[in-house]
Design a protein. Structure first.
Length: 89
Protein backbone atom coordinates (compact mmCIF):
# COMPACT_ATOMS: atom_id res chain seq x y z
CA UNK A 1 0.00 0.00 0.00
CA UNK A 2 0.95 3.58 -0.54
CA UNK A 3 2.39 5.36 2.51
CA UNK A 4 0.34 8.46 1.63
CA UNK A 5 -2.79 6.34 1.86
CA UNK A 6 -2.04 5.51 5.50
CA UNK A 7 -1.07 9.09 6.29
CA UNK A 8 -4.44 10.23 4.96
CA UNK A 9 -6.23 7.67 7.14
CA UNK A 10 -4.28 8.86 10.17
CA UNK A 11 -5.20 12.49 9.43
CA UNK A 12 -8.90 11.70 9.00
CA UNK A 13 -9.28 9.32 11.94
CA UNK A 14 -6.58 10.38 14.36
CA UNK A 15 -5.65 6.70 14.66
CA UNK A 16 -1.98 5.79 14.34
CA UNK A 17 -1.72 3.12 11.67
CA UNK A 18 1.37 1.59 13.30
CA UNK A 19 -0.77 0.92 16.39
CA UNK A 20 -3.42 -0.73 14.21
CA UNK A 21 -0.83 -2.94 12.49
CA UNK A 22 0.71 -3.92 15.84
CA UNK A 23 -2.73 -4.83 17.16
CA UNK A 24 -3.53 -6.86 14.04
CA UNK A 25 -0.26 -8.77 14.37
CA UNK A 26 -0.93 -9.51 18.04
CA UNK A 27 -4.34 -10.97 17.17
CA UNK A 28 -3.02 -13.60 14.77
CA UNK A 29 -2.29 -16.26 17.40
CA UNK A 30 -4.43 -14.97 20.26
CA UNK A 31 -6.82 -17.26 22.14
CA UNK A 32 -10.21 -15.56 21.87
CA UNK A 33 -11.82 -18.00 24.29
CA UNK A 34 -9.55 -16.65 27.04
CA UNK A 35 -11.24 -13.84 28.97
CA UNK A 36 -7.99 -12.04 29.87
CA UNK A 37 -6.88 -12.04 26.24
CA UNK A 38 -10.20 -10.64 25.07
CA UNK A 39 -10.20 -7.96 27.78
CA UNK A 40 -6.67 -6.97 26.80
CA UNK A 41 -7.68 -6.60 23.17
CA UNK A 42 -10.74 -4.53 24.11
CA UNK A 43 -8.60 -2.22 26.21
CA UNK A 44 -6.03 -1.87 23.43
CA UNK A 45 -8.70 -1.08 20.82
CA UNK A 46 -10.23 1.42 23.23
CA UNK A 47 -6.85 3.07 23.67
CA UNK A 48 -6.17 3.21 19.94
CA UNK A 49 -9.66 4.60 19.25
CA UNK A 50 -9.27 7.10 22.11
CA UNK A 51 -12.57 5.94 23.65
CA UNK A 52 -13.00 4.95 27.26
CA UNK A 53 -14.82 1.71 28.02
CA UNK A 54 -16.60 1.32 31.33
CA UNK A 55 -16.68 -2.02 33.14
CA UNK A 56 -20.26 -2.79 32.10
CA UNK A 57 -19.50 -2.20 28.42
CA UNK A 58 -16.31 -4.26 28.62
CA UNK A 59 -18.25 -7.10 30.25
CA UNK A 60 -20.88 -7.02 27.47
CA UNK A 61 -18.22 -7.12 24.77
CA UNK A 62 -16.37 -9.98 26.49
CA UNK A 63 -19.60 -11.95 26.87
CA UNK A 64 -20.55 -11.46 23.24
CA UNK A 65 -17.14 -12.62 22.04
CA UNK A 66 -16.53 -15.54 24.41
CA UNK A 67 -20.06 -16.84 25.00
CA UNK A 68 -21.88 -15.81 21.84
CA UNK A 69 -19.01 -16.33 19.41
CA UNK A 70 -19.00 -12.87 17.84
CA UNK A 71 -15.95 -12.16 15.74
CA UNK A 72 -13.23 -10.19 17.41
CA UNK A 73 -12.05 -7.46 15.11
CA UNK A 74 -11.35 -3.77 15.37
CA UNK A 75 -14.60 -2.82 13.62
CA UNK A 76 -16.83 -4.96 15.84
CA UNK A 77 -15.27 -3.72 19.07
CA UNK A 78 -15.21 -0.09 17.91
CA UNK A 79 -18.88 -0.29 16.96
CA UNK A 80 -19.78 -1.78 20.35
CA UNK A 81 -17.74 0.86 22.17
CA UNK A 82 -19.38 3.67 20.23
CA UNK A 83 -22.89 2.23 20.68
CA UNK A 84 -22.48 1.71 24.42
CA UNK A 85 -20.76 5.03 25.13
CA UNK A 86 -22.85 7.09 22.74
CA UNK A 87 -19.65 8.57 21.35
CA UNK A 88 -18.49 9.91 24.73
CA UNK A 89 -14.86 9.71 25.76
Amino acid sequence: MNNNFFKNIEKKTGVNMNDVFELANSLQNANFKDEQTVRGVIRRVSQIANKSVNKETEDKIVKSIINEGKQLDFGTISKMINNNNNGKK
